[in-house]
Write a protein of this length. Structure first.
Length: 310
């Protein structure tokens, strides 16, 4: 066997072994004496260590997550806050969500480099095509989590936007019936748990934060930031203003409900007006050719016959 066939396989197995060594290094267990000292310093670490005892790839990934995410850690607080907001808009509001996301991003980058480099080395060898495959694979692996987060974020924001009017109408009914804002939010979360899951999850989290003693203004502000929907932000601003100045919450909710209903009708009218423009391309590409053949085809056949006969 010539050296041309051996080099691509050697490069592929070398990269694979290097990645495995990195994961093995990050997944090594800490010294037991160090763990005992940490537990004596902080007794709460004992429960955390007990919960984190897991085997297999999941345990190794959990241990390697902080080290992997440290490579892509945001440099400023502004970038870190923007990352947290994007993940919260996608439905990942856990405090450890940025760490896991950055670790997954780096893992996808390594996997893309490995598979792209292996494919390039196997098909093209140590040429420009092999290097291009390695770079393309790494780029796809690096940006794939970002694309997935953007898709999940867009889908969740659309679901919140579509289900918010129903939740707001029920909230208005509950407040006008005599319930307080906290009890009304809790009742809405119970009644719409099946049809508006995302809104109910946010309301349940807001109720939990209120029960833990957080100020209502901060809870409502975080509710608007987590959803990322403009209508929810407007609703939160109205509730904060009503709570600050002591105005009627039911009246503020009624005004917001009416404005949101008007906005939805205007969006429906806008989409209806756009249908005429959007129908032009299917008509030109699919319907007009068929009509043209049916109308002009017989006349063209007759003209061709007359020209042939003459």
């Amino acid at each position: 066997m010539s050296l041309t066939y051996i080099v691509p396989f050697a490069v592929f197995f070398g990269i694979t072994l290097g990645v495995w060594a990195v994961f093995s290094m990050f997944g090594e267990k800490d010294n037991r004496a160090t763990e005992r000292l940490d537990e004596l310093k902080d007794p709460s670490r004992r429960a955390q260590n007990a919960n984190s005892k897991s085997t297999g790839m999941s345990g190794a990934f959990k241990k390697a997550t902080p080290a992997l995410s440290r490579v892509l850690q945001p440099k400023t607080d502004l970038e870190e806050n923007a990352l947290k907001v994007r993940l919260a808009n996608a439905g990942f509001s856990s405090p450890n969500a940025p760490t896991f996301f950055l670790a997954i991003k780096l893992g996808c980058l390594i996997a893309g480099v490995v598979f792209g480099g292996g494919f390039g080395a196997f098909k093209y060898g140590m040429t420009y095509g092999g290097i291009s495959s390695l770079v393309i694979g790494g780029g796809i692996g690096f940006y794939l989590p970002e694309i997935v987060i953007r898709i999940l974020r867009k889908q969740r924001m659309d679901r919140v936007f579509l289900s918010l009017p129903d939740a707001l109408d029920l909230l208005v009914v509950c407040v006008e019936a005599g319930l307080g804002l906290d009890a009304a939010m809790r009742r809405v979360a119970e009644e719409l748990a099946d049809s508006a899951l995302d809104v109910c999850q946010e309301l349940n989290l807001a109720n939990l934060q209120l029960q833990m003693g957080r100020p209502r203004r901060e809870v409502l502000h975080d509710l608007g930031i987590r959803t990322g929907v403009d209508d929810m932000k407007a609703l939160v601003a109205i509730l904060i203003q009503a709570d600050r100045f002591g105005s009627s919450v039911a009246q503020a909710l009624r005004v917001q409900s009416d404005s949101m209903r008007i906005k939805r009708s205007q969006l429906a009218e806008e989409k209806a007006a756009q249908t005429a423009v959007k129908m032009i391309f299917p008509l030109v590409l699919f319907i007009f050719p068929g009509i043209f053949v049916v109308l002009v085809g017989p006349a063209a056949i007759m003209m061709i016959r007359q020209l042939l006969t003459t």
